[in-house]
Design a protein around this ligand. Sequence first.
Ligand code: E4P
Length: 220
Amino acid sequence: MEFFLDTANIEEIKRINRLGLVNGVTTNPTIIAKENRDFEEVIKEICSIVEGPVSAEVIGVTTNEMVKEARVIADWAPNIVVKIPMTEAGLETVNILSKEGIKTNVTLIFSVAQGLMAAKAGATYISPFVGRVDDIGEDGIELIQNLKQVLRNYQYTAKIITASVRTIGHLEKAAVAGADIATIPGTLLPKLWKHPLTDNGIQQFLEDWKRVPKRFETLL
Ligand code: E4P
């Protein structure tokens, strides 16, 4: 499973990237707004740190607006993926861009039908929002399972990015369901490697080590 970081925070990206855990980055206008920096500048900086795909979202609403914007954004770096909203104009935009070789990530997907439409239109990635699906009393992970099955049934090449990941459970269940990618907030990802029993175990070993006879205090 690939991990994308769902953040535009450079410190978070650098910290997790040092562990070799970052396969890509996703952003959206809300995430960009948190950094209080110029959009182009921050996206270019992320692209210079992370080798994998970096999603940057268009703001336009019509096909013309989105296509124009996408062409500009796609030129910022070789690893740019343009994020397009799941609308009729968005599908037309994806269809045009896919023929130009511009990679797209169709965002705000909440149903199997929407995911299927995006894949048919030629999306490189589709982003079902598990957390927001759960928020309305439906099952976000079931959406991932069903989309995986549908893409497999018809051999679409679009990859599933599990988005709106809020919990470790979301990530674990998306992995079991076979989602290609999970995009994880920079604040959640460090929780994936933490476990209280690991911390207790280390503490116990350090205590017990004090009773071991030794010539030197440490090996270092
Ligand atoms: C990423 O592509 C999405 O924009 C993001 O995961 C949405 O997360 P949220 O529902 O927590 O805002």
